[in-house]
Design a protein around this ligand. Structure first.
Ligand code: T5A
Length: 236
């Protein structure tokens, strides 16, 4: 059951990674997970839409374009339903166990994609409150790249949804994606304490180092040597 303004004392840390198509989110999440694992931190990697069996079923409906006729409000409700299940069954339980959760997209993607689609802030606020049920990211890494570069990267992939090709949103034009990029940057400007904006045009290993610097800065006390296992500090 969800409650407004619930305050949970959760032991884990919640990192979300946001950005446009082909920004490098998946690539960087793999690298970040490895760095955290090397410090002995138990990490759950997940994604949206999806991440739980119920939400993955909704993902298929949305990204195939089957729900497009519902309009932007209907699609947003589906994203919210998927998120609510994801939060309840995957994210909150992992955080409660002290695991760190890294999610490839979260509520900011709805703000940006469905916001760009025409939904106003009050509707988005309402949906977000219900869907996240008090779970907010400790850190949001925004990988920023011009839409043109991201789309060029993903266009190299297969060309059907079933084969992992362009989905409902990827297929939209560059101007739309560029507007989304600016909306992500606006969110980051509004909440600079939560966001780390990373230049995604650099080589992947450079981006990885920039992300790690942001993580170290934000979780300094969690990552201090006192909290790491002996194997992480040369076997001492
Ligand atoms: N959506 C989602 C909404 O509308 N509302 C919502 O609330 C939510 C949650 C999800 C779609 O749903 C929309 C947004 C999306 O359109 P998805 O399949 O999950 O779609 O796709 P994306 O999240 O957009 O992920 P992508 O797979 O498209 O891109 P990534 O994960 O950002 O990029 P990645 O790591 O897969 O890299 C793409 C390619 O670039 C290369 C990689 O090797 C890969 O080939 N690459 C680089 N190349 C050069 N330099 C670098 N630094 C590189 N980093 C990666």
């Amino acid at each position: 059951m969800w409650r407004l303004n619930r305050i949970d004392l959760l032991a884990g840390r919640f990192i979300t990674v946001e950005g446009g198509e082909g920004a490098g989110k998946t690539t960087q999440i793999t690298a970040l997970k490895k760095r955290l694992n090397d410090l002995g931190i138990d990490v759950v990697v997940t994604r949206e839409p999806g991440g739980s069996p119920g939400a993955e079923a909704i993902r298929e409906v949305i990204l195939s374009g089957k729900a497009k006729d519902l309009g932007v409000r209907g699609e947003a409700l589906l994203f919210a339903a998927a998120r609510a299940d994801h939060v309840d069954t995957i994210i909150r339980p992992a955080l409660a166990k002290g695991q760190w959760v890294i999610s490839d997209r979260f509520a900011d993607s709805t703000r940006v994609y469905q916001g760009e689609g025409g939904l106003d802030d009050s509707y988005l606020d309402l949906l977000e409150t219900v869907a996240v049920d008090g779970i907010r990211p400790d850190l949001t890494i925004l990988i920023d790249i011009p839409a043109k570069i991201g789309l060029a990267r993903v266009s190299k992939r297969a060309t059907t949804v079933a084969a992992g090709g362009p989905d409902r949103f990827e297929a939209e034009d560059t101007k739309t994606h560029e507007r989304r990029r600016q909306l992500f940057l606006n969110l980051a400007r509004k909440e600079p304490e939560r966001f780390a904006v990373i230049d995604g045009t650099e080589a992947a290993d450079h981006v990885e180092k920039d992300i790690w610097s942001a993580v170290e800065l934000n979780f300094e006390s969690d990552l201090s040597l006192d909290n790491t296992p002996s194997t992480a500090i040369g076997g001492r």
